[in-house]
Ligand binder design. Structure first.
Ligand SMILES: C[S@@+](CC[C@H](N)C(=O)[O-])C[C@H]1O[C@@H](n2cnc3c(N)ncnc32)[C@H](O)[C@@H]1O
Length: 220
C-alpha cells in the first residue's frame, strides 16, 4: 500500500506504522521544523522518545501545504488526517483540502478523518492549564525543561475553537514554532458528510472513537 499522513507533524504515527508495515508511507506538514525532526527520526530509526525502533521500510517526509500537494504527491491507497487536523482555513478552503485529498487518492482509495465534531463540544467549553515539560531531545539536540501553557475556548456562534500553545523553556527561550495560535472550525457530522459527498467521496461511514473523537471513512 501507498499511505499518506497529512498533516504528520513530527511523524509519530508515520514512524509507528513504518515499524509495523512494509508499505510506502509518506508524511507531509507545513512546519519545516517538524518535518526535519520526523526525517531525522526516520533516518536514525528513532521513536518519539528518540529510542531505537526498527523500521520495516523508511518513510518519506516533505514540507508541503495540505491545500496544494496533489500534483506532486498522489496515487495513494490510503490518506489519513489525524488528531483534529481539519477545519483550519474557513469553509471554502476547507473544501479545497478535501478536494486535494480526493485528487491524491487512487480510484477506490480510502480517506480517514479523525476529528472532533460540533456535537462533541459543550457550548461553554474552555480549557486553561499549565504543565511542566521535562527536558527533551529533538534531532539529537537537548532542550531544557519548561512550561507549556495551553488554552482552548469554544465560540458557539462561529462554531470555532481557539487554541493557544506557549512553550517557555527554563532558559527563557520560546520554542521556535511557538507561541502557536489557531482557530479550528468545528463542523457537525452532517456538515462533514455533506462536504465529503460534494467532493465526490462515496461510501461514507461515521465511527466513534475514544470520546470525544469521531472518525469519518470515505472512498474515492
Ligand atoms: C493538531 S497537529 C496534528 C498533527 C498530527 N496529525 C498528529 O496527530 O500528531 C496539526 C498539524 O497541522 C499542521 N498544519 C497546519 N496548517 C497546515 C497546512 N496548511 N498544511 C499542512 N500542515 C499544516 C501543523 O504544522 C501541525 O503539525
Amino acid at each position: 500500500m501507498k499511505i499518506l499522513d497529512v498533516p504528520c507533524s513530527y511523524g509519530k504515527h508515520v514512524i509507528m506504522l513504518a515499524s509495523k508495515h512494509n508499505c510506502d508511507i509518506f508524511g507531509i506538514d507545513i512546519n519545516h521544523i517538524e518535518i526535519d525532526v520526523a526525517r531525522y527520526r526516520a533516518e536514525h530509526e528513532l521513536d518519539v522518545n528518540e529510542k531505537p525502533l526498527k523500521l520495516k521500510k523508511k518513510p518519506k517526509f516533505m514540507a508541503a501545504d495540505m491545500r496544494n500537494f496533489s500534483d506532486i504527491l498522489n496515487n495513494f491507497d490510503l490518506i489519513y488526517n489525524w488528531f483534529w487536523s481539519f477545519g483550519y482555513f474557513g469553509d471554502e478552503e476547507d473544501k479545497k483540502v478535501l478536494k486535494e485529498f480526493y485528487n491524491a487518492l487512487k480510484p477506490n482509495g480510502i480517506l480517514l478523518i479523525h476529528t472532533i465534531t460540533k456535537e462533541n463540544i459543550m457550548p461553554d467549553y474552555i480549557t486553561d492549564w499549565k504543565r511542566e515539560i521535562l527536558p527533551l531531545k529533538i534531532k539529537g539536540k537537548g532542550y531544557p525543561g519548561g512550561i507549556l501553557h495551553f488554552t482552548k475556548v469554544f465560540n458557539p456562534e462561529k462554531s470555532t475553537l481557539h487554541t493557544t500553545w506557549i512553550v517557555m523553556l527554563n532558559n527563557g527561550i520560546i520554542l521556535p514554532e511557538h507561541p502557536v495560535v489557531s482557530s479550528v472550525r468545528m463542523y457537525s457530522i452532517d456538515e462533514y458528510i455533506s462536504m465529503l459527498k460534494q467532493t465526490g467521496f462515496r461510501k461514507i461511514e461515521v465511527h466513534d472513537s475514544y470520546y470525544p473523537i469521531t472518525i469519518f471513512k470515505a472512498r474515492k
